[in-house]
Design a protein around this ligand. Structure first.
Ligand SMILES: [Cu+2]
Length: 218
């Protein structure tokens, strides 16, 4: 046997060993993914599981794409200005409990809409914009907020009737609350694009009596 064919046999031997190692690793990967539910097996096989696991890209790519389409904001330091209402992140974004931006044009009272909360009027934080509704008027009938800023709006029913506070513009259609006699409800949202947004009481006849006003966004 000359030097050349010796080298060739050694090479073939090494190749065979590599192939065997790959097969064994693949088999172990299969086993470990089958037994992934058992906590004892997962710790030890984690090393071999990863390279084989990546061969199934469908499992790993879909969550990433979803995250891009629907950004989740960092909830660290997020606070509810009004307890129980939607959270406001450190960078002033009003979000759902999952950290997604609330949608001002969602259907009211759905998970993606700003969340109205029943509060006691004397426990409202200072920065709350407080409106009173009842007896044919809303006071004050106008308020101004800066665009994009988190706004906490509270509405109190000052008579014994139910009132339904809504905006006319569907872009802020999710900012809506039904308030029973004597109740106060509050809602936190990011102020929309600059403009004038009419609000009113949606109970038949109440707007005609004078229950309406405007939110000015600058
Ligand atoms: Cu009313």
């Amino acid at each position: 046997m000359d030097d050349k064919s010796k080298k060739m046999w050694i090479l073939l031997g090494v190749l065979a060993v590599i192939v065997i190692i790959i097969i064994v690793a693949a088999l172990q990967g299969k086993k470990s993914s089958q037994t992934a539910g058992t906590p004892a097996g997962t710790g030890q096989t984690a090393g071999t599981e990863q390279p084989t696991g990546t061969t199934t890209p469908t499992g790993t790519t879909t969550p990433v794409q979803q995250a891009d389409a629907n950004k989740v904001y960092d909830l660290k330091g997020a606070t509810a200005v009004v307890p129980g209402a939607s959270l406001v992140t450190k960078d002033q974004k009003v979000v759902t409990p999952e950290g997604k931006a609330v949608k001002n044009d969602a259907i009211p009272n759905t998970p993606e809409a700003p969340k109205p909360v029943l509060v006691s009027k004397d426990q409202l934080p200072k920065q709350t914009i407080s409106l009173e509704i009842g007896n044919g008027k809303i006071t004050p009938s106008s308020f101004t907020v800066p665009t994009g800023a988190p706004v906490s709006l509270a509405v109190t029913s000052t008579d014994s009737q139910v009132h339904v506070f809504i905006f006319s513009n569907s872009a802020v259609g999710a900012i809506a609350m039904g308030i029973s006699g004597g109740q106060t409800k509050a809602i936190t949202f990011n102020a929309p694009a600059p403009g004038t947004y009419d609000f009113r009481c949606d109970v038949p006849g109440h707007k005609d009596k004078g229950e309406f006003g405007t939110m000015i966004v600058k």
